[in-house]
Design a protein around this ligand. Structure first.
Ligand code: NAP
Length: 543
């Protein structure tokens, strides 16, 4: 016998908690289904050594609990994973969220019943739920991308994907450890593991640009200053490009080559020392003009050469010519390049010496063998679409989401898919998602979705859907926002889906900026939800 609710929400991270908070306010009943044993989502799963947020702590907190803004004390500029998880847990306590969450439970099937106008959801625990609304708050970076390397199943040592790090303490001391992958995660994990492991092999396929992030302690004054103006700051975040403060001195929209070289380099230097991703925002054209990007990228290469003592290692750590800083998600680190000056750290350049196979006791490359006690797989995620497809969602006329997206995802505003009525995809494909401070991408989606549900209640609509035409228009616009960016040329980039072998290339993350996106979504709502199709219990359908 199915249990019935007004909404089934999948995921109890910041998106699931915000959704539950708002649905309760609207007097709706909801069940939240969560794979983990507690709340926190990304911050629950990514408990690998060194995990830390690359958005300043004072910006990376929920805007829907302003009282908590006045009370919560963050300890440093960029919070570590344990601190963010404590914050998420505190939110759950404060709002008594856990009573509506089914933990350690995974959605296995979700099917739209058109005759009854509701979603039927099944879980691995054998639960059956029915609800008119299905809301995915399953996250954008939650489905691990596991490398298909010959022999990986033969490895007899400890093997961990960073996104599934154990809750129990993992002992690193005295062990020979390899970290496979040098994205944000691999860089953070390597920096921390180098402090404890007997030996660390950093296995790098593509060198990336990493910027230093100083994370000084936050003082009472830092908090007091922002507390006095938090409401305005939240509004600024909501309307800004990425909802994160970078303290850039150059005027907004400034072009690099309008300044002489000495001014440009002084600005790069200041941004470098700023401890954020400011180097990419210091001029408007760092991510669009290849000549500017080349200059900034060479500036970073020189910094790498200055930090790493062994010239061959330094050169191998320099991203190849033709790649630019900022085309991938910016990596920020707390002393990554410096670990290569330690005797217990070796860079393994997989371009020069590719992996042949993994054996019971290590990694065999073409020219070497690396004996290991532990292999840490930091190979990223089947981003954005992966978690949705994993739910086995079937919409109208028996169409499976996996099939309709076989050639790449298509959505309207990143929040709705034609033929999948009443399914809202929080931070879905072609919405700002993790390009911005994700708490604010979530905020915009949840608030907009709740506005849409309120509209349905006010007008007596029982379903909301969209059309292939609206999706095509949105996807063309999303493509436009990336067309001028150098990012589009970068291969193996999860923003474009190309990090997963066989995954179609598409715009997974809207690049026009959060504030601009928000205005567009609001305009569409004001135009009577242009592009959405509402259905009514008496079968009348209006566009
Ligand atoms: P990622 O950026 O996709 O990086 C994956 C890494 O694994 C790359 O270095 C990739 O090399 C390598 N790799 C993949 N398959 C491989 C294979 N078969 N053999 C060898 N190497 C392989 O993933 P991520 O580092 O987990 O980061 C994903 C996103 O999570 C970030 O961009 C960011 O948005 C978020 N994140 C944020 C933070 C933070 O807030 N500080 C921290 C961690 C993650 P190639 O480049 O050659 O493909």
């Amino acid at each position: 016998m199915a249990q019935t609710f007004d909404a089934v929400v999948v995921g109890a991270g910041f998106a699931g908690m915000h959704t539950l908070f708002r649905l309760r306010q609207m007097g709706m009943s909801a069940v939240v289904i969560e794979k983990g044993t507690d709340v926190g989502g990304t911050w629950y799963w990514n408990r690998y050594p060194g995990a830390r947020c690359d958005v300043p702590s004072l910006d990376y907190s929920v805007p829907w609990d302003p009282e908590l803004d006045q009370q919560w004390n963050w300890t440093e500029k960029y919070s570590t994973q344990p601190e963010i998880l404590t914050y998420a847990s505190h939110l759950a306590d404060r709002h008594d969220f856990r009573r509506d969450i089914r933990f350690s439970t995974t959605v296995t099937v979700a099917t739209w019943d058109d005759a009854r106008g509701l979603w039927q959801v099944e879980t691995d625990k054998g639960d059956r739920f029915e609800a008119p609304f299905l809301i995915s708050a399953a996250g954008a970076l939650s489905e691990p991308n596991l490398p298909d390397i010959p022999g990986i199943g033969d490895f007899k040592g400890e093997l961990y994907h960073t996104g599934r790090w154990p809750r129990e303490k993992v002992e690193l001391a005295g062990k020979r450890v390899a970290v496979l992958g040098t994205g944000s995660t691999g860089v953070q994990a390597s920096t921390a593991i180098a402090k404890e492991a007997a030996h660390l092999y950093v296995m790098q396929r593509t060198a990336q640009f990493s910027l230093p992030c100083a994370s000084p302690p936050l003082t009472e004054e830092d908090h007091a200053e922002l507390r006095a103006r938090y409401p305005e700051h939240r509004e600024w975040q909501r309307s800004s490009y990425a909802a994160t403060s970078m303290n850039i001195d150059t005027p907004f929209g400034a072009h690099a080559f309008d300044d002489p070289p000495e001014v440009r380099f002084a600005n790069y230097e200041k941004a470098w020392g700023n401890g954020t991703a400011a180097l990419v925002g210091v001029y408007a054209d760092v991510s669009t003009n290849a000549e500017v990007a080349q200059e900034v990228s060479d500036f970073v290469r020189d910094k790498i050469r200055a930090k790493v003592k062994d010239p061959a290692t330094a050169e191998a750590l320099c991203p190849p010519q033709g790649t630019y800083v900022g085309t991938r998600r910016i990596i920020i680190d707390t002393g990554y390049y410096e670990i290569f000056n330690q005797d217990n750290v070796t860079l393994v350049d997989l371009r020069a010496d590719p992996i042949e196979r993994i054996t019971a006791d290590g990694v065999k490359t073409r020219g070497n063998f690396y004996p290991l006690d532990m292999l840490v797989v930091a190979t990223g995620y089947d981003a954005v679409t992966g978690p949705l497809i994993a739910m086995n969602i079937t919409g109208r006329q028996g169409v499976r989401l996996a099939d309709t997206w076989a050639d790449g995802p298509h959505t309207y505003l990143g929040i709705m898919v034609a033929g999948f009525p009443n399914l809202f995809t929080i931070t879905g494909p072609a919405s700002p998602g993790v390009l911005a401070n994700v708490i604010f991408s979530i905020d915009q989606h949840v608030e907009w979705m709740c506005g849409c549900i309120e509209h349905m209640r006010a007008t007596g609509a029982s379903t909301v859907d969209t059309t292939p035409e609206a999706e095509a228009e949105w996807n063309a616009h999303a493509m436009e926002t990336v067309a001028s960016s150098l990012r589009i040329h970068d291969e193996n980039n999860w923003y474009m889906g190309t990090n997963v072998p066989g995954k179609p290339r598409s715009v997974l993350v809207y690049q026009g900026g959060l504030g601009f996106y928000r205005d567009r979504c609001n305009e569409i709502a004001e135009q009577g939800y242009r592009g959405f199709v509402f259905g009514y219990a008496d079968e009348k359908v209006t566009a």
